[in-house]
Design a protein around this ligand. Structure first.
Ligand code: GDP
Length: 302
């Protein structure tokens, strides 16, 4: 239900437009396809993904000899899910250790909702009975450490931190040590999101990786990239850049509740081949939901 509520903007615009189109055309013809293409582009599905989708829709319509538009929504949904999955293993679930310490590294530029997402994820994991700890690795942005502490207090998990300007790798070292000694299950690490200087960012993340994996060989278990859904195709560009800088294992798409352009989920997956693991559907503690392509797409038309 949270999922449905959070997607109401996308649903209201995208779905009602498709429904209007179906009512308007009745027959599946080239004009219908063209207008549908336009609607998908407006929802930020992205040009290449839309083209691919339209090809497979046309093919399906021909194959099944579909003449009129009634019920075409279910064919569209089917194809949307197919495009999302596109022959890739769908690992929406976090890949964490069954027992022992797992480390999740968070990356993303400022303002996308990284800190909020870390707080929400900490809450989620805690609800699952896990012992969670946070590491304030964004020592660069003024206020970032305090903001993480606020979330730590809110959720009731410990935050390992140093002063602003200190070496993030040193914070991580402290945090991993503390996590190990306190039997923490999941350590979630914030990092600075300075995309302006790619080389610096790459070096910083590499150093963090080195420090963490020296203590725990398989860590970090996940590198999650937070992207703001309301920034549309910009989010795609950011994802591309982060992918060049570090080994991103999953995406958290934030603020999906704030946009009618939810199609960006498909664009990201189809272009970058990185699974969307969670979506942010609001500002509150329990507004983080695991991403499920079927639920998402069928939810749009439900
Ligand atoms: P950071 O700079 O990346 O750490 O971003 P913050 O976590 O400070 O978030 C920036 C703003 O976005 C804050 O006002 C958050 O409350 C808001 N925000 C974060 N995630 C979501 C979301 O999923 N939905 C909505 N509506 N707002 C969000």
């Amino acid at each position: 239900n949270k999922f449905k509520e959070g997607l109401s903007k996308t649903r209201n615009q995208f779905t009602s437009k498709v429904n209007d189109l179906v009512a308007k055309y009745r027959k599946v013809d080239e004009d219908f396809f063209e207008e549908l293409e336009e609607i998908l582009l407006q929802a930020d599905v992205g040009f290449e993904t839309v083209t691919e989708l339209m090809d497979s829709l046309r093919f399906e319509v021909q194959r099944k000899n579909i003449k009129n538009t009634s019920g075409i929504q279910s064919v569209i949904s089917e194809k949307l899910v197919e495009i999302y999955k596109a022959g890739e293993d769908d690992i929406a679930e976090l890949q964490l250790e069954e027992s022992g310490l797992s480390v999740i590294l968070f990356v993303g530029v400022n303002g996308v909702g990284k800190t909020t997402t870390i707080g929400k994820l900490a809450h989620r994991l805690k609800e699952e009975g896990k012992n969670v700890m946070l590491a304030a690795g964004d020592t660069f942005r003024a206020g970032a450490i305090d903001q993480l502490q606020v979330w730590g207090d809110r959720v009731g998990v410990e935050v390992i931190k140093q002063s602003e300007g200190s070496d993030p790798a040193a914070v991580m070292y402290d945090a991993v040590r503390a996590a190990k000694s306190r039997n923490v299950d999941v350590l979630i690490c914030d990092t600075a999101g300075r995309l302006q200087n790619k080389v610096n960012l790459m070096n910083e993340l590499e150093k963090i990786h080195r420090v963490i994996s020296r203590e725990i060989p398989d860590a970090p278990h996940e590198v999650l990239l937070a992207l703001d859904a309301t920034t549309g195709q910009n989010a795609l560009v950011q994802a591309q850049t982060f992918k060049e800088v570090t080994n991103v294992t999953g995406i958290v798409l934030t603020k999906l509740d704030g946009t009618a352009k939810g199609g960006i989920v498909l664009a990201i997956r189809n272009k970058l081949h990185i699974p969307v693991k969670f979506v942010g559907l609001g500002e509150k503690m329990d507004d983080l939901q695991p991403f499920d392509a079927e639920k998402y797409v069928y939810g749009l038309f439900a």
